[in-house]
Each structure stands twice: as C-alpha cells, then as structure tokens.
Write a protein that binds this ligand. Structure first.
Ligand SMILES: [Zn+2]
Length: 361
C-alpha cells in the first residue's frame, strides 16, 4: 500500500468567498486554541492537550459553518505544532499572514466526477489527471498567489509484479539533469536562468504579485518536468541505483545557481516511492570516482580536475571505448553498487588536480 497525494486546482471564481470564509473560521479556531492554552498555562502551569481542546470546541461547528471533524483537526494540529516548536504560544493566524488551509476527513466530503461537496457547498475542480485508490484525508489549501487547491490523500495498492525489468544506475548532474546507465538522458533548460530577466524586472518595479506568479511558474514547470522524468525511469527499472551526489559543496562554488535549479533533492525523494509503487526498489549508490573511471575497463582514465569539467565525451586511452560523460558515470554507479566492478586501484588519475568529479558527476 502506498499513500498518493493528488492536488487539483479549484475553479474558484464562485467558490472563492466560501473558501475564504472557511479559512477565516479555521484561523478563528486556531487563535482560540492559542489564547485559551496560554490562559491555562498562566493559571495552572499545564498545557491543554488536543483532547481538552476538542472538548472546549465541541458544538461550535454550526456557528462556524465548518464540519466538527475540521475543528478537531485544527485543535490537534495546534497541539502538534506547539509541542514541536516547544513554545508556550504560537503566532496568531490571520488572512494576511497565513495561507488558507481547511483540513477534512474523507467521510465529510462527497466526491462526484469533478465536484466536491463539503459543508453543503459544491466546489468544482480541474481534474487534471485520473484518480485511483480510496480517499482517506485531504484539505483545501491556498498558495501564495491566492489560488485554491484541494489535496486528497489516497490509499493506492502497489503493483504485484515489477513493471520495469532493467537495473538502472542514475547520475544526477547539472548539464544533463538525470542520466541513466542505459544511455537515456533527461535534461531541461535552466529555469532560474530562463526567468531571471522577467523576475528582475518585476522585482525592480515592485510588482509583488507578478514576482509571486513567476516564482510559482518556475516551481510548477520544474515539478512537472521532474515528475514526468522520474515516472518514466520508475516504469523502466526494477532496480534503481542513485548516486549519493551532494549539493552542499557545490552551492559554495560558481555552480551554485545551477545546483539550486537542478533540485536533486526532489528527484531523490520521488524515485523511492515511485519505484515502490511499481514493485521496484531504489537504493543509494556511490558517486565517488564515477566520472573518472572508464565503465568498460575500469581504468581511471576519464576527465578530472577543474579542466575536465567541460568534457562531455571522451575516449578511454586504455581500451579505446568512447564514453558519454554522464552515462558513463551512471554505469559506474550501477557497477560499484552491484559489486561487478570497483574503480581499479593503483592507476593514477591522468589529469592532475583535485578530483572534483566525485561530486560533480
Ligand atoms: Zn577503458
């Protein structure tokens, strides 16, 4: 069983006022919890538990025009956050400083085609993809641009048989964002650079809404591309070995912008659960020496050092095989992991200097 989260945009032209009103009611409950917990703490030096708050808010759902379950979830969330941040009091919620959020359980909504009914109001959705599984919980959420979405957490059964049959090594890079050991490479334009000018112009003109919209656009395009690429990989592979590339060193160099843009973390977080859902596995491999080692003969004859960074293809002087840089690295990551090969010891790196390839891939 896997939990899958669907997120659909709400056609908010007509629902907007309802959603804002409900979000206001949620804030009201939150602030009430905040206030009453603080008073209790001052009086008795004890904190209210979620159960105490449930009792205090019982019977308010009709006046607040929220479902009783939503009010309970807000109380529980409040206690969770207060414990998590080890605070006596949390920040107040208001329409201006917090984004709208209305949680609910599946039993309190009715989903029919592209319409969700909650608390007597019908919300229409843009059903951007077909849904599968059983809805468990969800929430209405607002983004920084003021658009409303519904997120639905569903229980989805995993595939019984592996869908893909390949063993794939994955090399994450800056030029080709994802390179697979079978030669397939996924790359996209550097989005930060692509929207840089428009963003700077909007920022100079103090157009806050435009800035937010551009940031949302960048995030959406990046997420869409990454989802499509990782799904395609998970569909082909039974075993995925992903290099342990680290961005911590790279963000201090002139590659910082590209590194942030590449967003390796998203790829690394998506592949394991997508693999699991399709009855495959995703494991960590080692990135070290993957670029400099020839995947055909094991000699460390590849480009290394700062001078070797721009080399995309090279010919191994030991065995004469032509290598595509990132695919070669991906093959090595797979081979190191499965123990079929280790970088041959005692063969010096041809080009001198620091082996930056171990983290550049
Ligand atoms: Zn070779």
């Amino acid at each position: 069983m896997s939990i899958l989260t669907y997120r659909f945009r709400i056609k908010d032209a007509s629902s907007r006022t309802h959603l804002l009103r409900m979000a206001g009611a949620v804030n009201y409950v939150w602030n009430y919890c905040n206030e009453v917990s603080l008073l209790a703490f001052r009086r008795d030096q004890t904190f209210f538990t979620a159960y105490d708050l449930h009792k205090l808010t019982a019977g308010t759902s009709k006046d607040l025009r929220l479902s009783a379950d939503t009010i309970q979830q807000v109380c529980t969330e409040y206690v969770t956050r207060r414990t998590q941040f080890k605070k006596i009091k949390l920040k107040w919620c208001s329409r201006k400083r917090s984004l709208g959020w209305i949680p609910f359980k599946a039993a309190y909504i009715r989903l029919q085609d592209d319409t969700v009914t909650y608390c007597g109001h019908r919300f229409r959705l843009w059903l951007s993809r077909p849904m599968a599984g059983v809805v468990k919980t969800g929430s209405f959420t607002q983004d920084a641009c003021g658009r409303w979405y519904i997120t639905l957490q569903c229980d989805v059964a995993d595939a019984a048989e592996p869908v893909g049959h390949l063993d794939l090594g994955i090399d994450l890079g800056l030029k080709n964002h994802i390179a697979c050991s079978d030669g397939v490479q996924y790359s996209r334009a550097n989005l930060t650079r692509h929207y840089e000018e428009a963003l700077a112009m909007a920022q100079r003109a103090h157009k806050t809404r435009r800035v937010k919209a551009i940031h949302a656009r960048i995030a959406n395009v990046r997420k869409d591309w990454t989802h499509k690429a990782t799904t395609a990989i998970a569909r082909r592979a039974q075993v995925i070995v992903i290099g342990d590339v680290s961005s911590t060193t790279l963000i201090k160099t002139r590659f910082a912008k590209s590194t942030y843009d590449a967003a390796w973390r998203i790829v690394r977080s998506q592949l394991p659960y997508k693999a699991k859902r399709l009855a495959g596995v995703c494991v960590d491999g080692h990135e070290r020496f993957s670029s400099v080692t020839c995947s055909a003969c094991g000699a460390r004859s590849g480009p290394s050092g700062l001078r070797g960074l721009g080399v995309r293809t090279w010919v191994c002087p030991c065995c004469g095989v032509t290598h595509e840089r990132d695919v070669n690295a991906a093959r090595n990551i797979l081979a190191f992991r499965s123990g079929r090969a280790t970088p041959r010891k005692g063969i010096p790196v041809l080009e001198g200097g620091e082996d930056v390839n171990c983290y550049l891939g």
